[in-house]
Ligand binder design. Structure first.
Ligand code: 5GP
Ligand code: MN
Length: 337
C-alpha cells in the first residue's frame, strides 16, 4: 500500500499516464467523480483518459468533458493499450473488479498503481491506495475530501470540477434526502456552490430532461406493472423486454422508477426487475434497517448499500420474480415489525 505522502509526490511531481475508470452503467456519482478527477488531474499536467465500461444515462450527457469518456466495449483495443501503459489507474465508485464487466481482465493484469476511491461495502484487494469510507454518502464526497484535505488543493477545484462533484453527491443522496445526508454533506455542498457549482442548473439538467417516452413509460408502469404486497410491506415492478421496446426505453430511462414503489406509505422494500436483453437486472431499495444488499448478495449475484442495492440473474423474468417472491417470507419479520 502507498502512503498518501508518496501518492501526493507521485501526483504532484512529473506528468504521468493516468487512466480513470468506474463501474458498469455509470450513474451520476460514478461519472461525476470520474469527470472531476479527469479535470483535476489534467490541470496538474498529466496525460489522462477516462474509460467507462458501458454507456451511461442521457441525463448525464451535459456534464463537463463527458464527450471524452471512452466507452470500453466500443473501443477495446485503444482502451486496453491505454490501461496497459498507465502509471496510475483511478478506480472510482466501485471496489470489486467484476463491477467493470468486460474490463475486469485487463484491469487485473495491468501493473499500473491502482487508487481506489469508493463507498461500497467489502472491498476486494486489488488496489495500491485506498480512500474508502462506507459512511460517505457518495464517492464524489470522497473525491472532494481527497483533493481538499488529503492533497490540500481546494484552490484546484474549478467551477467545472465543483459541478461534477455536486452532481455525484446530489444523485447519490436522492437530492439530499437520504439518511446519508449529514450536516457535513451540506457543508461540502455549500462549499461547492461557493466554488462555482450552479445548483439550480444542475438540478434542471438531471431532473427536468426526460423524454416524452420516459414519462409515458412511467405512467404505464405505475398503472400496469406495479404490484403491492401489503402482507410483506413490499412493492415491485417487473418490466418485460416488450415494455422497453414499446416505449423506446434507453439507458437511464428506468432510473428512479423503483423509488415510486418505495414512496407508498408503509412500504419497506421496493424492487425493480427489468428484462435487459442479456440478463434480468434487479434494483432494490429499502427503508430503515432493512438490508436490501443482503438479498442482492445472497440471491442475485449483486450487492450494494443497505438501502440501495442491485444484482442480476440469468433466468427468465417470471422465474426471477418467483425467486424474489420466495425470498420475502424469509424476511417477513424484518419487513413487518
Ligand atoms: P441500482 O439499483 O441503482 O442499479 O444500484 C443501486 C446500488 O446497488 C449501486 O449504487 C451499487 O452499489 C449496487 N449495485 C447495483 N448493481 C450491482 C451489482 O450487480 N453488484 C454489486 N455488487 N452491487 C450492485
Ligand atoms: Mn456511488
Amino acid at each position: 500500500m502507498l502512503t498518501i505522502t508518496t501518492l501526493k509526490q507521485i501526483i504532484l511531481a512529473e506528468p504521468k499516464k493516468i487512466v480513470i475508470t468506474t463501474h458498469y452503467k455509470p450513474d451520476g456519482d460514478a461519472l461525476g467523480s470520474s469527470l472531476a478527477m479527469l479535470l483535476w488531474l489534467r490541470a496538474k499536467g498529466h496525460e489522462v483518459s477516462l474509460i467507462v465500461p458501458s454507456d451511461y444515462p442521457a441525463f448525464l450527457s451535459w456534464m463537463p468533458l463527458q464527450e471524452e469518456a471512452i466507452i470500453y466495449t466500443e473501443n477495446k483495443e485503444r482502451s486496453d493499450n491505454l490501461i496497459a501503459v498507465a502509471d496510475l489507474i483511478f478506480c472510482l465508485d466501485f471496489n470489486g473488479l467484476a463491477r467493470t464487466n468486460e474490463m475486469q481482465g485487463v484491469l487485473a493484469q495491468t501493473t499500473g498503481l491502482k487508487i481506489m476511491i469508493d463507498h461500497h461495502l467489502e472491498p476486494e484487494n486489488f488496489d495500491d491506495f485506498r480512500h474508502w469510507n462506507t459512511n460517505a454518502a457518495a464517492t464524489a464526497l470522497l473525491v472532494y475530501d481527497f483533493i481538499v484535505n488529503l492533497i490540500d488543493d481546494r484552490a484546484g477545484i474549478t467551477p467545472a470540477i465543483a459541478t461534477c462533484i455536486y452532481t455525484g453527491i446530489m444523485t447519490d443522496t436522492g437530492s439530499f434526502r437520504f439518511q446519508s445526508t449529514t450536516a457535513e454533506v451540506h457543508l461540502v455542498v455549500a462549499d461547492l456552490i461557493t466554488l462555482g457549482a450552479k445548483n439550480a442548473e444542475i438540478h434542471e439538467h438531471i431532473y427536468n430532461s426526460a423524454s416524452e417516452n420516459k414519462l409515458k413509460f412511467l405512467g404505464f408502469c405505475l398503472l400496469n406493472r406495479l404490484v403491492v404486497l401489503h402482507e410483506y410491506n413490499t412493492a415491485y415492478f417487473a418490466i418485460t423486454k416488450e415494455d422497453l421496446t414499446r416505449f423506446n426505453i434507453i439507458t437511464g430511462d428506468t432510473e428512479g422508477l423503483v423509488n415510486y414503489a418505495l414512496s407508498i406509505s408503509g412500504i419497506r422494500l421496493a424492487a425493480l426487475l427489468i428484462d435487459r436483453t442479456t440478463q434480468i437486472k434487479l434494483s432494490l431499495r429499502s427503508t430503515g434497517n432493512f438490508p436490501a444488499n443482503e438479498i442482492c448478495s445472497k440471491y442475485f449475484n449483486g450487492g450494494g448499500h443497505r438501502n440501495a442495492a442491485g444484482g442480476h440473474a440469468d433466468l427468465p423474468l417470471e422465474e426471477v420474480v418467483a425467486k424474489f417472491l420466495a425470498v420475502l417470507p424469509l424476511y417477513k419479520s424484518q419487513l413487518t415489525k
